[in-house]
Ligand binder design. Structure first.
Ligand code: FAD
Ligand code: NAI
Length: 470
């Protein structure tokens, strides 16, 4: 790619926010470039996030089933063995295939791809420190910052990605640890804790708050916690990690009750630090263009994703909102649409969350706690998978669908699911919320039998009448 070309749009960061923004901008007729320093496209999500974690979650689940459940299903297998290097190979293959796929999409859509670190040196000028050792300059009439996030570190505990790991190290452990201690019972802790527990590790999760699942509906968080405990995960809630030290091949973690009390020392072979993620702006040269960040380091933007320098916009994990790939993608499309002279729209009230454990947890809209706090009169309908015929035939009956609707208008306010395939099922709830559906709309919509989705319909019925099958 020629140096010093002027683009209509330059995107810094090739994650789900950045690469989607770049493709959309190009599709809208804008001359577009994307700068990515990692050496492969797809950002955190494809390289060290969503994709490798889902590969390990899926394969560790199958392994666990083969070892512990196949017999009851009438499948006799003998000598089920874990081949961890092979499982990692399958994960790497999924990652490489998908990241290469995005390079293909860039070519198809004529997005120029700069491999290197981008840094503002002027209001329209970015210097790229190329991975090949060469420097180049890229000019953009419009620029989109999509530099994402990185794991928050725990003060005083040095990450070596072997004994003390972030999610990145936990996706590539060379052997199953005897004892894995997870600091933080949020999404990463629960997903990766589940992976290693299924593969044989003794997993304990220390969580500062009184509930796991970082903000999910309280009733579901309690049920989910019971299900995970039955699987063997141990939780220490309301517990604060004070500090930790490496001692030979062990890590000693000192904790105390969140409200104060007796200290305790926990020992582990591997410690996973999963206490949240923080925005990445270091080395980006924001100071050279005077872009403001807030007290948590997030780039400040307005409702059109504009920073305080209006031709520079910002999307994804590096700015406000939930740190989810599909949220970043929606913002990428909307930002490109604004630049192309149109109007972009992201409905922040309908962004689904999914925890890809087994069973999965998925939700969209408001939690019961939020609805209660808003003062709206509401109704709750629930339907357990134990009463759903497909879940029964699958011998996979844990969980429920919980629907919350407005008691006066019947409009659906929130849907919370624990269950097999909840992550796929939530799409129907998202659509319902997006279209402002009532629970009766769902209850009177024909759902195929036997499917798990019938539980969704019956939860809708349960909000205003009674379900048929429970
Ligand atoms: P990122 O994906 O972080 O991409 C930013 C990119 O910018 C990076 O590749 C970085 O190298 C590059 N960059 C940064 N600075 C520069 C610079 N100066 N110059 C050039 N390039 C630069 N979300 C989900 O929705 N579903 C999931 O299942 C899910 N699972 C996850 C599992 C794990 C273990 C983790 C860690 C995260 C997971 N997430 C998941 C969150 C998801 O990965 C992020 O929300 C998403 O990647 C954010 O996209 P982004 O484009 O904003 O940033
Ligand atoms: P998180 O915000 O989900 O959870 C962090 C947890 O750590 C919280 O429950 C918090 O109370 C706890 N915590 C913080 N400090 C602590 C301390 N000192 N001691 C004990 N507990 C402490 O963050 P996590 O799990 O690191 O994930 C980061 C983000 O990545 C998520 O917010 C999510 O947006 C994204 N992600 C999404 C996934 C998905 O969509 N399936 C999967 C994995 C990550």
């Amino acid at each position: 790619v020629a140096d010093d070309v002027e683009y209509d749009t330059v995107v810094i960061g090739g994650g789900p926010g950045g690469y989607v923004a770049a493709i959309k901008a190009a599709q809208l007729g804008l001359k577009t470039a994307c700068i990515e320093k990692r050496g492969s496209l797809g950002g955190t999500c494809l390289n060290v996030g969503c994709i490798p974690s889902k590969s390990l979650l899926n394969n560790s689940h199958i392994y666990h089933q083969a070892k512990h459940e196949f017999k009851a299903r009438g499948i006799d297998v003998s000598d089920v063995q874990l081949n961890l290097p092979k499982m990692m190979e399958a994960k790497d293959k999924a990652v490489t295939g998908l990241t290469k796929g995005i390079e293909g999409l860039f070519k198809k859509n004529k997005v120029d791809y700069f491999k290197g670190h981008g840094r503002f040196i002027g209001l329209h000028d970015i210097e790229v420190d190329g991975l090949d050792g060469n420097k180049s300059h890229v000019k953009g009439k419009n620029i989109i910052i999509a530099t994402g996030s990185e794991p928050t570190s725990f003060k005083g505990l040095e990450v070596d990605e072997k004994q003390v790991v972030t999610s990145t190290g936990a996706l590539s452990l060379e052997k199953v640890p005897d004892k894995l201690l997870v600091i933080g019972g949020g999404i990463i802790g629960l997903e990766l804790g589940s992976v290693w527990q299924r593969l044989g590790a003794d997993v304990s999760v220390v969580e500062y708050l009184g509930a796991i699942g970082a903000g999910m509906d309280g009733e579901l968080a309690k049920q989910f916690s019971k299900i995970l405990q039955k699987q063997g995960l141990k939780f220490k809630l309301n517990t604060k990690v004070l500090d930790a030290q490496k001692q030979d091949d062990k890590v000693i973690v000192n904790v105390e009750p969140a409200q104060g009390g007796d200290k305790e020392s926990l020992e582990a072979d591997v410690v996973l630090v999963s206490i949240g993620r923080r925005p990445v702006t270091e080395g980006l040269g924001l100071e050279n263009v005077g872009i403001d960040v807030d007290e948590r380091g997030r780039v400040k933007i307005d409702s059109q994703f504009r920073t305080n320098v209006p031709h520079i916009r910002c999307i994804g994990d590096v700015t406000y909102g939930v740190m989810l790939a599909h949220k970043a993608e929606e913002e990428g499309i909307a930002a490109a649409e604004y630049i192309a002279g149109g109007h972009g729209e992201v409905n922040y009230g309908t962004i689904p969350s999914v925890i890809y454990t087994h069973p999965e947890v998925a939700w969209c809209g408001k939690t019961e706690e939020e609805v209660k706090a808003s003062g709206t009169k509401y109704r709750v309908g629930t339907f357990p998978f134990l009463a759903n015929s497909r879940a029964r035939t699958n011998t996979d009956t844990e969980g429920l669908v919980k629907m919350i609707s407005d008691a006066e208008t019947d409009r659906i306010l929130g849907v919370h699911i624990i269950g097999p395939n909840a992550g796929e099922m939530i799409a129907e709830a998202v659509l319902a919320l997006e279209y402002g559906a009532s629970s009766e709309d769902i209850a009177r919509t024909c759902h195929a039998h036997p499917t798990l989705a019938e539980a969704f319909k019956e939860a809708a019925m349960a909000t205003y009448e009674k379900p048929i099958h429970f």
